[in-house]
Design a protein around this ligand. Structure first.
Ligand SMILES: Nc1ncnc2c1ncn2[C@@H]1O[C@H](COP(=O)(O)OP(=O)(O)OP(=O)(O)O)[C@@H](O)[C@H]1O
Ligand SMILES: [Mg+2]
Length: 465
């Protein structure tokens, strides 16, 4: 379809088209849309070929764990059925989780359910090699899905049901970090017992937020011997760029290079922001009553600006609340301190680096300096000591611990995705943050600073303010 038609589609149809290439709220499930994870996808598929081995994907919130897990599951799962997907809950137990799996894997229709336990001519249960105890069989005969009451029940039921689910079933257990630690012992037992079962075709992919597997799993358990672990990092900027390019192609429009790098850079390697900003930018194009740009098919700066603003307003509620709570009750500079923490590419920064970012940002945006003191004509900047003092506040409980220190002089956002949000907020306010990425500098249009405040800053510093 040509852009002239695309941008005249009814709202719902245009939205449907956007959904085929952008998914800010949902995980990706097909390899064509999964950018930059070829290596991990290959590694995951190869690891799962080993009998009795499963995969654990971990990393920061929002880096794309579920997307990798789901896409892999769709490839590995045999075509006779769909992968199974369950989520852990903070008050959940392993047995409840297995019950959820059974509800998905077994037929809804009681008549079909009963067929699972119908005896054949020789008196045995169907063709399978796995059987279940008489009690559980009776439950199924009554058209009900049995609830496992012990780990042994769970293993027995899973073997029985998986064998009948498909030739190569894949189970995704998501949000593992929510499962109470007290339940880890049961997961450990369950996985070990499953490993003892010969020829069970089931493959399990677990996803959870955590920098290390040790931080996710109770230390004394040895379950992770059965897992191949994949630590997922933020997406490279090139891959963020590719998401935008693909989406623009689908809409038959072009975004200039600077804008595409800009969106990639703001997103800080968190694909959610790339999808969100693009979605909002394309809606801004759709809503623009003037359609003179249609002929060349090139985005206008106003579309980009509106898109960035709309993305801030639509960002994840949790991020928004956390950010607002931290900046509302502190000094006027709190927000600039967060921009400074989000400047550059490195997740962890020293106070001195952050302070230098602060000086650069304020020198480019005079309105972000501290308001002028009584009797003084000009706004002021924080001294390094004042800057550090306010930064400590942002590490405190009553400011939601939005920042934290590792005790060795480095600071970082407690929730890494918040860095992306701070970058997005800065962008929406017209504040440019630096990429400072070792690979990126070569090919990116460089960002210029005017340092309009330099003179003023030097004056302030010298007079010891
Ligand atoms: N490789 C990728 N290419 C393109 N988009 C991606 C990729 N990975 C993830 N996304 C997008 O990023 C967003 C977050 O992805 P996903 O839900 O998989 O992350 P997650 O790590 O599971 O998040 P959470 O920690 O919240 O569970 C989604 O909008 C998804 O569509
Ligand atoms: Mg997830």
């Amino acid at each position: 379809m040509k852009r002239e038609q695309i941008f005249k589609l009814a709202i719902e149809d245009f939205g449907d088209l956007l959904n085929t290439v952008l998914s800010p709220a949902n995980a990706i499930k097909v390899p064509e849309l999964l950018q930059g994870r070829d290596k991990q996808l290959l590694e995951l598929r190869q690891a799962l070929t080993a009998r009795g081995r499963h995969v654990f994907i971990h990393g920061f919130r929002g880096v794309g764990k579920t997307s990798l897990g789901y896409t892999a599951a769709n490839i590995i799962q045999s075509s006779d059925n769909k992968p199974l997907y369950v989520q852990c809950a903070p008050d959940g137990t392993l047995l409840q989780l297995i019950h959820d799996v059974l509800k998905q894997a077994m037929p809804n229709n009681p008549l079909e359910l009963k067929k699972m336990v119908e005896r054949n001519g020789s008196g045995s249960l169907g063709i399978g090699k796995f059987t279940i105890s008489a009690g559980m069989r009776q439950t199924i005969e009554q058209g009900k899905i049995p609830k496992p009451e012990s780990i042994n029940d769970a293993v027995e039921l899973i073997c029985f049901v998986m064998e009948r689910h498909s030739k190569r079933p894949v189970l995704i257990i998501d949000e593992f970090d929510y499962l109470p630690h007290a339940e880890h012992i049961n997961v450990d037992l369950f996985i070990k017992k499953l490993a003892e079962v010969d020829n069970l075709p089931l493959k399990v992919i677990i996803c959870g937020v955590g920098e290390t597997l040790e931080s996710l799993f109770s230390a004394h358990l040895s379950t992770y011997r059965y897992f191949h672990t994949i630590k997922l990092d933020r997406l490279e900027l090139d891959n963020c760029y590719a998401i935008i390019q693909k989406a623009a192609e689908a809409l038959d429009v072009a975004l200039d290079e600077t804008t595409m790098w800009r969106i990639s850079r703001i997103s800080d390697g968190f694909p959610h922001f790339v999808h969100l900003i693009c979605e909002k930018v394309f809606w801004a194009m759709y809503n623009d009553p003037a359609k003179e740009w249609i002929d060349v098919g090139q985005i206008k700066l106003s579309h980009y600006r509106q898109g960035a603003l709309a993305a801030v307003a639509a960002a994840n509620e949790e991020l928004r609340k956390g950010y607002e709570a931290a900046v509302r009750s502190t000094s006027p500079s709190a927000e600039v301190i967060l921009y400074s923490a989000a400047d550059g590419h490195e997740l962890q920064r020293t106070p001195l680096d952050m302070y230098n970012s602060y000086l650069r940002i304020v020198s480019d945006n005079l309105n972000l300096a501290e308001p002028a003191k009584k009797g003084e004509p000009k706004p002021t900047v924080l001294s390094e000591a004042q800057f550090r003092g306010r930064m400590y506040y942002l590490c405190r409980e009553n400011f939601g611990k939005i920042l934290r220190t590792n005790g060795k002089g480095w600071y970082e956002f407690s929730e890494k995705m918040m860095r992306g949000y701070a970058r997005l907020k800065a962008e929406a306010r017209g504040v440019e943050l630096f990429p400072d990425h070792p690979l990126e500098k070569k090919k990116m249009p460089t960002v210029q600073t005017s340092h309009r405040l330099v003179e003023f800053l030097v004056h302030n510093q010298e007079s010891g303010k």
